[in-house]
Design a protein around this ligand. Structure first.
Ligand SMILES: N[C@@H](CCC(=O)N[C@@H](CS)C(=O)NCC(=O)O)C(=O)O
Length: 214
């Protein structure tokens, strides 16, 4: 029995779960997974029985719970400082925390217009209004990072900031959003990361995208 248990939703759709998974993978710990079906119908009873907040991702560590993707990332960053979850430099770390928190608390137009469905391709939606603002903002965040830190990840080395934006990479691919070449290269770097590939390999293409996905 692993020390850690990760409670997650359907891998093709549950973008928050993906971020939690990436934190555990980056920590390099062994863990069990419990999948709670979010679709086609949310298994509310199981979710409420297994998690304090009724949401995935949640980590059970011994008899303690940690929930919410960013809190899970921070918990593993605290437990395993040698894994460099954040940049070492305080100013760069503040920048990484800012873009991570911005993703975590915002981009509602992008999330509702382009639900994550890792293995699906859709027609490009009408990119205007709030959706355009969100996409432009992601492009600006990523471009600033590439200018300042030179890639291949947002802050040079892979960090929590990348974990937070992985589902956006999948959304841009599925909905055929056009990006400047260096950001397309960033998306490929993310899609080829071994932790991301492990999740993709288990994602069931039959799990559909629905507007309720976050
Ligand atoms: N802010 C939370 C969001 C978690 C969340 O909304 N998860 C969704 C699935 S991706 C969920 O548990 N939905 C079930 C519900 O809302 O009842 C996080 O970062 O983990």
């Amino acid at each position: 029995m692993s020390k850690f248990t990760l409670i997650i939703g359907n891998k093709n759709n549950s973008s928050w779960s993906l971020r939690g998974f990436l934190a555990l993978k980056h920590a390099g710990v062994e863990f069990d997974e419990i999948l709670v079906a979010l679709r086609p119908r949310l298994d509310r009873k199981k979710l409420d029985e297994l998690t304090p907040a009724g949401k995935v991702p949640t980590v059970k560590h011994g008899d303690k719970f940690v929930w919410d993707s960013l809190a899970i990332c921070e918990y593993f960053a605290d437990l395993y400082p040698e894994k460099n979850f954040w940049p070492k430099d305080i100013e760069i770390r503040a920048h990484a925390r800012s873009v991570s928190a911005e993703m975590h608390s915002g981009f509602t137009a992008l999330r509702s217009a382009m639900p994550m469905a890792i293995h699906s391709t859709f027609e490009r939606p009408d990119i205007s209004g709030g959706l355009k603002e969100d996409i432009d903002r992601v492009i600006k965040i990523w471009s600033d990072c590439m200018d300042k830190y030179g890639g291949p990840f947002l802050f040079g080395a892979y960090s929590i900031a990348d974990m937070m934006y992985v589902p956006v990479v999948f959304r841009f691919k599925s909905y055929q959003v056009e990006l400047p070449p260096r950001l397309t290269a960033y998306c490929e770097t993310i899609a080829n990361h071994s932790d991301v590939r492990d999740w993709m390999d288990d994602a069931d293409p039959a799990d559909p995208a629905e507007p309720v996905d976050r």
